[in-house]
Write a new protein. Structure first.
Length: 232
């Protein structure tokens, strides 16, 4: 009797295109998910069980083109499995749905509130996050959670995501030298994670403050007739 493995007949990630080759028409579509990925690397430096894809194809059916969110997060998968990294995200290889997908709305509407939302719900992706920097009266960040196969909007800024163990929200800050409103991850206390450059700046400030305290202490010791160098 023949042993038939249907997975053996499916194309691998190396054989599939890595995106839909659609150029972004807004730089934020790359920068915002890129920032979220960088923040995760800082928040979870020891964890190797997560992957954040940026403008990467998610293959869910070998006979259909991939869906390509601006960003997505998967948990319980390998962060990387070789030095060439992932060319795409193939569900029949990963065996894990992304837990969150992100879409950044551009001036060219791409169905973020209609067709894409319905597609992600049909796939069963738990969180759907939409950031629309052009909104004036409605919330620019919307976080939806899949409940009974329907996305429900969760209000707040940030919004806590218990299945991920992080919050997500928007706030003014600086990334790559650009001061503006960005999308950030937050801890359970509602404090956002600093960008890499903000973290470096804070470390420099703390070092400078420590140096100033040491200099003040040395001056105080000298005023008491004590040579601070002799204490070492």
């Amino acid at each position: 009797m023949l042993n038939y493995n249907p997975l053996a007949c499916l194309p691998s990630s190396e054989e599939l295109p890595d995106s839909d080759d659609t150029p972004v028409d807004n730089e934020l579509q790359d920068l915002i998910p890129g920032l979220l990925k960088a923040l995760l690397a800082m928040a979870w430096p020891e964890r190797m069980d997560w992957f954040f894809g940026v403008d990467m194809g998610i293959y869910y059916d070998p006979d259909l083109p991939p869906i390509v969110p601006d960003g997505f997060l998967s948990l319980g998968v390998e962060r990387f499995y070789d030095q060439n990294l992932r060319p795409s995200y193939v569900l029949w290889e990963e065996k894990k749905l992304p837990v969150l997908v992100l879409e950044v709305v551009s001036q060219t509407y791409r169905g973020e509130y209609s067709t894409k939302k319905a597609e992600y719900a049909k796939l069963g992706i738990l969180y759907y996050v939409v950031y629309n920097p052009f909104r004036r009266r409605k919330p620019r960040l919307e976080v939806y959670k899949l409940v009974n196969n329907v996305y429900e909007l969760h209000n707040g800024n940030p919004v806590w995501l218990p299945e991920i163990g992080l919050g997500i929200g928007i706030e003014q800050g600086t990334y790559l030298g650009i001061p503006r409103e960005w999308v950030y991850w937050y801890n359970q206390e509602g404090q956002r994670f600093l960008t890499p450059e903000e973290d470096r700046k804070l470390a420099q400030q703390e070092a400078q403050q420590a140096k100033q305290r040491a200099e003040l202490l040395a001056e105080r010791l000298r005023s008491l007739g004590i040579d601070p160098d002799s204490l070492t």
